[in-house]
Design a protein around this ligand. Sequence first.
Ligand code: ATP
Ligand code: MG
Length: 421
Amino acid sequence: MRFSDFFAPTSKDVPSDAKIASHRLMLRAGMISQTASGIYCWLPLAIRVLDKIIKIICEEQDNIGANRVLFSTVQPADLWMESGRYDDYGKEMLRIQDRKGGQFLYSPTNEEQATDIFRKYVKSYRCLPTMLYQIHWKFRDEIRPRFGVMRGREFLMKDGYSFASNCEEARQIYKKVFKAYIKTFRRMGLTPIPVQADTGPIGGNISHEFHVLAETGESTLYYDKKLLKATDDELLNTFAVADEKYDPNTSPISEDQLQISNGIEVGHIFYFGKKYSEPMSAFVLNEHGEKIYPEMGSYGIGVSRLIAGIIEAFHDNRGIMWPEPVAPFDVTILNLHTKNEDCCNISEKLYEIISRKKDVLFDDRDLSVGEKLGDADLIGIPWQIIIGQKKLSQGIIELKNRQSNKIEEMTLDAVIERFKK
Ligand code: ATP
Ligand code: MG
C-alpha cells in the first residue's frame, strides 16, 4: 500500500477529552473517528489490526471445535421475555420499535439467540457438545462511555456459547476455552491474567475474567506472584481476583506473596448450567428418549477493547509499538527524499520486492523528513526501512525496530535478504 493512496488521517493535535494513551494515539494515528459518545467509525489502520486480531481468535476457536456464525444484531424482545432478562437488563439495553409496533432490541449479548438456534436445530444428545461463536457488534447504553473504544456503547465482541450433555462435559469445555483464551492473548503479545470472577447478570456457577496489565486499567487485580510463571493448568487454580472480590481477611495467600496491579478486562467466561436452556425449553433427547437440558457456558472477548489494551501495553511517548502478530503492516518503507532519483529508485525497488512476502506501507508522500519519521513512530509498524539521500549516497539504508527504537545500518542486499521470507 502506498501511503499516498492510504486513508490514515494522522494528526498532531491531542484532543483534550482523550485521557489515556490508547485513546489519544488511536485518534492521532487516524484509526478511529467519533460519531457520538461511545460510538466510533473504524478507519483503515484500525481495520487492519481488527482483522489480525479476529484471525488469531478464529484460529484458536476453530482449534477447539467452535463454529463461527453471525447472529442478527437486532433481536425480537420476545426471546428475552422467555429467558426473563428483558426487564432485568435495564437501561443499558437499546430498545427498538418497528413500524408495526413490534418490540426489538440491539444485541448487548446473545445467550438467548444462541439458545434459540440450538433448540431449533439440535434434537439429539448425539450432537452434543455443540459450540457456536461469532464476532459481531454489540450495543450497551453504558452510563459512562469513556477512554475511546475501551468502554464504548457500540463495540465489537467475540461471543461464544457452549451446550453440553452434563456438568462434567461442560467443565471440560470451560477448561478448553480457558486455555484457548490464554493462547489467544499470548499470540497477540499480551500477558493475560485470569482472575476468578463474579458471574454478574449472566449468572451462574464459575466464571473467570482475563485482564491485561496496564496502569490505566479500570480494575484492581490481587494475585499470587506465582501466577506470572504458572503453567496453563496451574493458572486455573492460582489465586487471582479483581476489585471487591478481594478480602484481606479471607485471602488464601500471605501479603508478601500478593501482587496488586491494575488491569483491563479483555475477556470473560461463564459456566451457568441450565439458566437459559430450561426456561427457553431447549432440550435434546437422550438414548432413552428422555429430555435433557444442556449445561451451557458463554465466552466473551472484547475485540475492539483489545486494540486499546494492546496500545496501552505497547507504546512510548512517540506513538504505538505494535507487536508483530497484530501490526497493521509488517514493514514500512520511508522514502525521505521524494525529489531525489536514487532514493526513489531504491525505495520503489524495495517496495516491489518486499511486498511479495510482507504487508508493506510505502511512505511515498511528498512531506518533510520530520513529518514522515513522526508518522512512522506514531503509527508504530514494527520495522521501518528508512531511505535518505545522505546515507544512501554512502550505500547505507537504515532499519529501525519500533519496539527497541534501535537503528541498524545496512546495505540494500542485506535489507532484501532480511525481508525476503
Ligand atoms: P465491564 O466489566 O468492562 O463492563 P462486562 O463484564 O460487562 O464488562 P462482558 O459481558 O463480560 O462485559 O463482555 C465480554 C467482554 O466484552 C468484556 O470482557 C470486555 O472485554 C468487552 N466489553 C464489555 N463491555 C464493553 C464496552 N462497553 N466497550 C468495549 N468492550 C466491552
Ligand atoms: Mg465481564
